[in-house]
Design a protein around this ligand. Sequence first.
Ligand code: ATP
Length: 683
Amino acid sequence: MTSAPPDPHPEERDRLAATLRGLESRIGALTASLGSHDSDYREVKSYMAENRGEIDPTEMYQNELILRDIDARGAHAVRLRERLQSMRSSPYFARLDFTADSVGTPEPHYIGRQGLQDSGRTAVVDWRSPLGGMFYEAEPGRAEYEAPSGRIAGRIERKRQIKIEDGELRFVVDTADAIRDDILLEEIGRTSDAHMRSIIATIQREQNAIIRNESDSTLVIQGVAGSGKTSIALHRIAYLLFRQRGRLKAHNIAIVSPNGLFAEYVSEVLPELGEEAVVALDLAGIARRRLEGHRTSFTEPIDPVEPGDGAAHERARAKSTLSFHRWLEQAVAETVQNCFVPRDLRVRSFRVEAEELRTRFDHMASVPVRARLRGIAEHLCQRARLEDPTAASLPRVGEVNRELTSMLTVKSTRALYRDLYRRADAPTVFRAPSAGTLEWADVYPYLFAAAAFAGLDGDKEIRHLVIDEMQDHSPTQYAVLRKLFRCNMTVLGDVAQALGNTEDYAPEDLGGLFEDARVMELNRSYRSTSEIMGFASGIRGTHVTTIDRHGDEPRVLGFDTSAAEVGWLAEEVGRFRAAREGRLAIVTRSRSRAQDLHRLLSEKLEGLALATGGSRGVLGNDVTVLPVGLAKGLEFDEVIVARASLEEYGSETDRSLLYIACTRALHRLTLTHSGRPSPHLPV
Ligand SMILES: Nc1ncnc2c1ncn2[C@@H]1O[C@H](COP(=O)(O)OP(=O)(O)OP(=O)(O)O)[C@@H](O)[C@H]1O
C-alpha cells in the first residue's frame, strides 16, 4: 500500500477551511436577518391594514418610512449575500505577508475578489484596496501603502499565488515577480468564453497602473491588439466604484461600445467583479436623444467596406478627418459671429443702440446664440426696470428676445448647418436624403453646430465615460462628446485597428483631441500565441511583444476556385467540431460577404451561426460566421480568415482589417483564399 504524499501546504488548507467556515457563517447570518426583515415587514403591513382609518396621517407616514427602511435593508442584505455566495468557489487568489515597521511581526493578508470580515477581523482583503494594490505592484522587500490612517511602511516578506477552484486548493506558489508567467500562461491558455472574464489574479504591473490611476481626468490608452485594454477599462470601473463607494454609482458610469455584440461580450465582467452593470451607450443613441427636439432623424452609418454610393462614401470619409473638424470649428465660429446683424432696438419706450447689442453679443462668445439673445433680453429688461421702475409699460423678456431674434440672419441650426457648406472654403458638400433626415456623416457635425447655435443638453448623470475603439470615432464626434459629457473619461483603442471610417490617427493625435489627457501605452499582447501575433504583426509591419505562449504556425491555404475554398471550409468546420473544443470564427471582410459565405456553408452544414448585427446570444455558438467589423474586440479559440485574397484585401486600408481579423485568434489561425493571396500577408 502506498501512502499519500505529504500535504505541502497544510497551513493553507487549514486557512481555506477556516475562511469557508467564516463565509458560511456570514451567509447564514444574512439569511436569518432576511427572515426577520420579512416578518418585520409583514407585521408592520398587517398593523397598517388592520388599523386603516384609525391611524392618523402622521403615524401612517411613519409606518411607510419604516416599510421603506426594511425594504432597503433587505435589498442591501440580498446583494451582500449574493456577493458572499459568489466567493464560495474561490474566496481569494493571493497571500501577501507584510511586516509593518510599527508592528514588527509579519502578518498574512489574503487577497480576493471581495473583502470578507469574520468575527471582527479582515479574513479577505479586497483586491482594490491599497494593500491589494501592493500585490500587483511590489516585489518582496521594502514597500509601503496608503492606508486610511496614513502611509504604512514595512517589508513584504512573501508573495504567494493561490489557486482555489470549487472551494478546493489547486496550487500554491511563492513568487518574487509581480505575477508569475506560468500562472498567467495557464489563465490565458484556456479555451475562450462567450463572455469576457475578469483577470484579477493576473493583472500585470503596467495594467495595474492604469486601473488605479485616479489623478488624470482623461486617460487615453493606446494598446496593441490583445493587450487587455477593454479588460482593464472594466477593472478600472470596478476599482473606481470601490474607491468612491457611496459617491459614484454604476448609473454614473457609461461605456460607449462599438456595437451590441461587443456590449454583450463584455457585460459579465462587472457582475463577476461584484459590481452592477453600468450604462451602455452608442454614438447613434446619444445623437438620437439630442436630435429629438430638432425633429431630425438620420440614416444608418455607411459601412466603409460595403459597396454602395461612392459619393456618399466620399462625403462620409471627408467629414471624419481632423482637417474637416478644424474647418468646422472655424466655419461655425465665423457663421455664428456673423449671423447676428443688430439694429437699434425699440420696444415700447425702451431703446438700445445696435452698437451695444453687438458688444454684448460678442462678449458672450462661449454661449450658444439662442442663450446669448435670451441673456441679453433678460439683462436689458432688468435695466429698464432699474432705470424707470414706474414706467407704465416696461418691456417684457419675450418681446425683447423676439426682436433680437429677428436680427438673426439664420433662424435654425439646420439653416446654419446648410450655410456652412456654401462657404467657398467648404472641403466637402452637404446632401440631405430628405427634409428632416441627415446622413449619418452629418449627425455629429450638425450637433457641433447645434451646440453653438441652439445649445445642447449636457448629460447630468454620467460622471465617468469610457469610450472603446477610440480609433473609429472622428474628431468631431469627440468634440461633441466632450461638450455633452463634462466628466472624467477613459478612452481606449488601437490606432492599428482602424475600420476605415475615420482617417488614420497617430496616438498623439488622439491625446491632442482632449486638452487635459494623459496618454498611456500598452505594448505587450496577451491574447494570441507568439506565432499568431508574429504573423499578424507581419501584416502591419510592426513588432508586438507577446508572452511566451506557443502553438501551431498560422496556415495560409490557396485554392483554385472559390467553390473549392468553400468545400474546404465546410470540411474544416466538421473537423473542428469532431476534434476540438471551444469556439471557431470564420471572419469575412464585410457583412454582405458574411451573409454569402454563411449561405454557401449552410448548404453543406447545419447549425452555423451568422452575426451581422447586434444579435444576442450568437457568441455562445461553436461556429460563427461574422464580418471583421463585428469581430472587433472579441476573441475565439480558432479563427479562419476566409477569402484573404488580393481582390478582398488589396488596398492599404485593408491591412488593418486583416490585422484585426487575425488578432481575434487565441490558439489557431488559418487564412484561405482562391485566386491571388492578399499582398499584405507576410511571406
Ligand atoms: N493580465 C492578464 N491576465 C490574464 N489575461 C489577460 C490579461 N490581460 C489581458 N488578458 C486577456 O487577453 C485577452 C485580450 O484582452 P482584451 O480583449 O481586454 O484586449 P484588448 O487590448 O481590448 O484587445 P483588442 O484591441 O485586440 O480587442 C483577453 O482574453 C484577456 O482576458
